[in-house]
Design a protein around this ligand. Structure first.
Ligand code: ATP
Length: 572
């Protein structure tokens, strides 16, 4: 809860005013039974008609004042709740941006989305309700008890027994339901993840006729979520019947004791009505308190889930002072080993890449090609060895300086909703249109954009889904080029291009040779054949490096890949 309180502090004034106005409203409510008793005892019983008139006017004034106080309290509570969660949501978003790939992998995207949306909404409701009702309900409950003592001590003793019993019941139910709610939210994470995977992979699902399988596994997860939610609902719903039983039992005793007191002449009939009204007020407040407790339960569970994200810190530390570097070597891997979890996926890897060279990276699926590309940008921290970019250890770079050096085009082409121009300018907001067209030309995307209505102003839908796979790949390559990085990494990012476009792309990239160090990760020999040097990976080991001709002589893995793609040439 400390994180929520931290952000609530900004709205301190509103957070203090809301309960104060709510208590003023409650105070009005507490006077009502006394005035009713006065009307009955003095006005009706003693036939003082003017008391009835005065009492009625007083009741109207109290109601109007209570209404006014209630509206002001609602205004302050809403302002504090919405303001706090807006700030917290922004802080959480900023914090997630600062997390490393490893932390995001560990947490999972689905839970991050649930925590930013549904959990945050729950916290907002919790703050709003707490500010208005958390003090009001106990104030009315204890206020009614104190008023009861002023009216009749014997009858008031019934209140002193009923209220602690009620408090214990509510506390026990609360203790049971908080952990249950956490479970429900984690089921919601899973359900959301399934929905997300299903919707983003809808084409694949249909292509494999897997709709029925998907529907049945969604049904299963939906049932688990529903059952957990129903169970939580049942436990929470126990609060009302239990509190009603206790209160009604207390009312029966009150009526009995009250009747004896009236018959003995120790209490007026109007006082009995007032006592009954106080008991009724206690019921209403306890019902509110019960639903408030359920809401607070949920908010506490949700705020703990939000806090867990805010407490997750990026274990990578970046230098803040930019470094001056100049080296003939663009990249050096010096005995690098790396594991995503416990098992190494990169083993004692060493290689050196000269500036301006074009390097091909090839190897079977899962051999570690993408991993070593990501290690260069320090997306993950290595376990052993050192990586140097431009002669400096990646761990000595400020984050922005390292990021600006590397233009990484990942396997999956990620584009965002917005115009093509906005997407291309991600890496360099100050670039002019002429430079954008140059980058598009090299990336073989010039025609794609030229043929779209509005050209650079053509609006891409979410994920760029109004483009073909190959068109998306070309735009992501152009986006990386716009950044004018020292090192360009094309991580299997030409896989959706036809052979002719792929060949044209490589030809255009050659014009950058000498100015930019280029890594081309590919499964196709044709894409990397003419690179200055080729790195061959197998099961996380560097099993060969050199030109195509050298590897054809001395690298069996490379020979095998070649033979699988050019069977005729391999035999010859
Ligand atoms: N985020 C991750 N968490 C855990 N393991 C991972 C992660 N990413 C990759 N791996 C594992 O690391 C190994 C190397 O994966 P990597 O993606 O680097 O291979 P690759 O050679 O690029 O494969 P491909 O050609 O299929 O893209 C694989 O065994 C893979 O399962």
């Amino acid at each position: 809860m400390k994180t929520v309180f931290h952000y609530l502090r900004t709205y301190r004034k509103q957070a203090i005013c809301a309960p104060i106005f709510k208590l003023l409203e409650a105070l009005m409510d507490l006077f009502v039974p006394l005035i009713v008793a006065w009307i009955i005892n003095q006005g009706i019983h003693q036939h003082h008609t003017h008391v009835i008139g005065q009492g009625t006017i007083l009741l109207i004034i109290l109601a109007a004042m209570g209404f006014g106080f209630s509206i002001v309290a609602q205004f302050f509570a809403a302002k504090a709740a919405v303001g706090t969660t807006t700030d917290l949501r922004q802080a959480m978003f900023d914090h997630i941006q600062s997390l490393s790939y490893k932390e995001i992998d560990t947490l999972g995207v689905n839970t991050l989305i649930t925590r930013m949306t549904s959990d945050m909404q729950q916290v907002q409701t919790g703050i709003n309700m707490s500010l208005r009702l958390l003090l009001r309900s106990p104030f009315i409950v204890f206020g009614s008890m104190i008023m009861a003592f002023f009216i009749n001590v014997k009858c008031a003793l019934i209140f002193t027994v009923a209220i602690p019993v009620l408090s214990v019941v509510i506390y026990v139910i609360m203790r049971i339901s908080i952990p249950l709610f956490k479970k429900v939210q984690s089921h919601l994470d899973t359900l959301l993840g399934m929905t997300r995977d299903n919707l983003s992979g809808v084409r694949v699902i249909r292509a494999f006729c897997k709709e029925n399988d998907e529907i049945s596994s969604f049904d299963k997860q939906n049932d688990i979520f529903t059952n957990a939610n129903e169970f939580l609902g049942k436990i929470s719903a126990l609060i009302n019947p239990f509190t009603y039983i206790i209160i009604n039992f207390a009312i029966i005793i009150l009526l009995n004791v009250g009747a004896i007191q009236i018959q003995g002449g120790y209490m007026a009939q109007g006082d009995m009505v007032a006592l009954y009204n106080y008991m009724a007020q206690i019921i209403i407040e306890l019902i509110k308190l019960a639903s408030l407790i359920v809401t607070i339960d949920k908010s506490i569970a949700c705020s703990q889930r939000i806090e867990a994200i805010m407490d997750t810190n990026n274990d990578m530390h970046y230098e803040t002072k930019s470094i001056q570097i100049q080296s003939a070597q663009a990249v050096i891997f010096d005995h690098v080993s790396f594991a995503y979890d416990t098992k190494n996926v990169i083993h004692d890897m060493s290689f050196t890449v000269s500036k301006g060279a074009t390097i091909g990276v090839i190897g079977p699926t899962g051999s570690g090609k993408s991993t070593i590309m990501q290690l260069m940008g320090r997306y993950y921290e290595i376990n052993q060895g050192k990586i140097f970019i431009d002669g400096a250890n990646v761990q000595t770079y400020p984050r922005e300086q390292l990021t600006s050096k590397i233009g990484y085009v990942a396997q999956g082409s990620v584009l965002f909703s917005g115009t093509i121009r906005e997407n291309l300018k991600w890496g360099n907001p100050n670039v002019d249109d002429a430079s954008l067209w140059r980058a598009l030309e090299i990336a073989q995307a010039k025609e794609v954009v030229a043929n779209k209505p509005g050209q650079l102003d053509f609006v891409l839908e979410q994920g760029g889904k109004n483009l073909s796979g190959g068109q998306r790949q070309r735009l992501t390559i152009a986006r990386a080029l716009v950044k004018q990085p020292d090192i360009l990494v094309l991580d299997d990012s030409a896989s959706a291009l036809d052979f002719k476009t792929d060949a044209n792309l490589r030809k255009a990239l050659r014009t950058l040779s000498g100015k930019m160090t280029i890594f081309i990760v590919s499964q196709r020999i044709s894409s990397i054949r003419y690179a200055n040097s080729i790195l061959v990976l197998d099961q996380g080991h560097l099993v060969g490096s050199g030109t195509h001709a050298q590897l054809m002589k001395n690298c069996s893995v490379y020979q095998e890949i070649f033979a699988s793609q050019y069977p005729k040439e391999a035999i010859a």
